[in-house]
Design a binder for this molecule. Structure first.
Ligand SMILES: *Cc1c(COP(=O)(O)O)cnc(C)c1O
Ligand SMILES: [Zn+2]
Length: 374
């Protein structure tokens, strides 16, 4: 039987309970037996629901979807090397967060929940709001006051109630937690159903490479929704005997907000409290990631590492990528800046995958500010 399992105390709970964390305060995972049938998968429509039997939902009737996913895996030249880039800026709401939102809101609908709350620096909020709009579920989005206007407009047009919170990203999280005492918390950081959506990132890459694992996956990381999703997905394929090894997972953080890098460098199991500065990479500016220990474990266990990138390196990567005709937001450029740092030490023929995680059109006023600088 599938169930929630606590990563701290190992307590388990039925998946029919509307819960997002353990009674002990620990983060939950889902214990679940995914099924893959490549022949059947191949005949299905090109979207993330082609892996239906690997997604922990009971009833197809509640699936909330815009037929998202199966984004192109495109070879992009970076510093003279061809790197596979998953074009996840092409999702319906403009970021890969739709993977998680589609599965989580489907589950919320299956549970009969009528209203949710979520906090976000923008993209997760717009994704949750869009899927709630389709599902007919009431939605409250908490976001920091300084979030990109494009993302906030999206949230409101999808019909969600927007709560702008002054102060830091952590202040926003606090405000949402308070609201979550009364309303179901559809949190991308806490709720494990979200991660069982983002894991389709790994399924798609593996299938697009001919059911093979890449050597290295380089991803931006704050709360780890993409990084941990990828880790779950690759592990499920390995356990199912479809892959014969796991890729190295490399996490990229902004120098100005790099708690995971710090913990990794100092060989700690837990994420230490850190001082942060503002960064162009607003989507990964997370000082206290709820799943910090899991993220560090995933990176360590796959033989990966953490890389930090400066504001200048992010800006440079953004200009270079947009100059090739790909319009991405600054947070996505952080990952590419990480790729640029990683490449000189990579080996001949190494299959490297990264992602464009969010669309540039979501951050127009931030993009404009970057143009006006020398
Ligand atoms: C959410 C997001 C990420 C990854 O953030 P996590 O906090 O690790 O989940 C990266 N890029 C963009 C554009 C995002 O919206
Ligand atoms: Zn527990």
């Amino acid at each position: 039987m599938s169930k929630f399992v606590c990563t701290e105390c190992r307590a388990s709970y039925p998946l029919e309970e509307p819960r997002w964390r353990c009674d002990c305060g620990g983060v939950l995972d889902i214990d679940f037996q995914p099924v893959f049938d490549p022949t059947r998968i191949k005949r299905r429509k090109p979207n993330m629901w082609r892996y239906r039997e690997a997604i922990p939902l009971e009833d197809n009737a509640f699936i909330t979807s815009f037929e998202e996913g199966f984004t192109p895996l495109t070879e992009v030249m970076i510093d003279g090397k061809a790197v596979f880039i998953k074009q996840d800026q092409l999702f319906p709401t403009g970021s890969y967060k739709d993977r998680g939102a589609s599965v989580l809101i489907s589950k919320v609908k299956e549970l009969g929940i009528k209203e949710v709350v979520e906090d976000s620096s923008g993209n997760a909020g717009s994704a949750i709001a869009a899927y709630c709009a389709q599902a007919g579920i009431g939605c409250h989005i908490y976001a920091p006051e300084n979030t990109s206007a494009g993302k906030l407009a999206q949230v409101q047009f999808y019909g969600a109630e927007l709560h702008k919170i002054p102060g830091t990203r952590e202040d926003t999280a606090q405000a949402a937690l308070l609201a979550a005492e009364k309303i179901y918390y559809a949190s991308h950081a806490w709720n494990p159903f979200f991660f069982h959506g983002t894991k389709t990132f790994a399924f798609e890459i593996s299938e697009q490479l001919g059911w093979k694992s890449p050597d290295t996956v380089i991803l931006p990381v704050g709360n780890g929704t993409l990084l941990l999703g990828a880790d779950i997905g690759f592990r499920e394929l390995l356990r199912a005997g479809i892959l014969d090894r796991l890729p190295r997972i490399i996490g990229v953080q902004a120098e100005n907000c790099a708690p995971l890098y710090r913990a990794y460098q100092e060989n700690r199991a837990e994420v230490p409290p850190i001082e942060t500065k503002e960064t162009l990479a607003e989507g990964i500016a997370i000082a206290r990631p709820a799943r910090g220990r899991q993220i560090i474990d995933a990176v360590r266990q796959t033989g990966g590492e953490f890389i930090t990138v400066s504001e200048d390196e992010i800006r440079k990567a953004l200009v270079e990528i947009c100059g090739q005709g790909y319009y991405i937001e600054p947070t996505s450029a952080a990952a590419i800046a990480g790729v640029k740092k990683y490449l000189p030490g990579s080996s001949q023929g190494e299959v490297i995958v990264s992602a464009f995680t969010g669309h540039g059109l979501k951050a127009t006023e931030k993009m404009l500010k970057l143009i006006s600088r020398p």
